[in-house]
Design a protein around this ligand. Structure first.
Ligand code: 16G
Length: 196
């Protein structure tokens, strides 16, 4: 490989490792998390599952296919993925996509959740959060990985992003699951939706 080819190669590798948001933002909640719930420590630290922000390389490791287990995704090329990745990244402190990588399965992405932080004028310029697109690969369910993702991002919204509230939408049969993390129906509030 010539020096120029090597430079291009190194550059493309460093690009694919580019994170959607700074991984060190997660440090605070990881530390607190392991103290709060020791049962799950193994999932984070046993060197099988790495929990980290989404990277550009995750397109190659099944990120979109994983989302297909949640809903339809259509056709998304790697260029489409890159464009959307940068659209999100340039909205500072807004999109936090967490993924779980199986280190023993060629970096396969086996779980994901997104936190969206929306800035407001109300409540002294408050920020509100939403949990979106929670999905764990069918083959990996039953290991409390979904619990781990939601717990982490809920704490992240509160402690790192200092949101004043967080909400999510889910099917009836998942209400019980989400209640364990403190999500509840609010009195006299409704979720209304219009599909286009
Ligand atoms: C669920 C998801 C939501 C996702 C939607 C996709 C959670 C908590 N909720 O409601 O984030 O965007 O499904 O379904 O993960 P749709 O394509 O029918 O809108």
């Amino acid at each position: 490989m010539t020096e120029r080819e090597q430079t291009i190669h190194d550059h493309s590798i460093s690009l694919t490792k580019e994170y959607l948001f700074a991984p060190n933002l997660l440090e605070k909640i990881f530390k607190e998390y392991s103290i709060v719930d020791r049962k799950l420590q193994g999932n984070v630290y046993n060197e099988k599952y790495l929990i980290r922000p989404l990277t550009l390389a995750d397109y190659e490791h099944g990120f979109i296919d994983l989302l297909r287990q949640l809903t339809e995704c259509g056709k998304i090329s790697s260029d489409d993925f890159r464009e959307r990745f940068y659209d999100m990244k340039q909205c500072l402190n807004t999109y936090f996509v967490l993924v779980i990588e199986d280190l023993t399965e060629n970096k396969r992405i086996i779980g994901t959740t997104t936190l969206v932080c929306e800035k407001k004028f109300i409540r002294q310029l408050a920020t509100r959060a939403r949990i979106e697109d929670v999905v764990v690969d069918q083959k990996y369910r039953g290991q409390q990985l979904g619990k781990l993702l939601i717990d982490l991002l809920t704490k992240f919204a509160k402690e790192v992003c200092q949101c004043y509230k967080i909400s999510l939408e889910c099917k009836d049969d998942l209400v019980k699951f989400y209640k364990q993390f403190g999500y509840n129906h609010e009195d006299k509030q409704n979720y209304l939706c219009q599909r286009f």
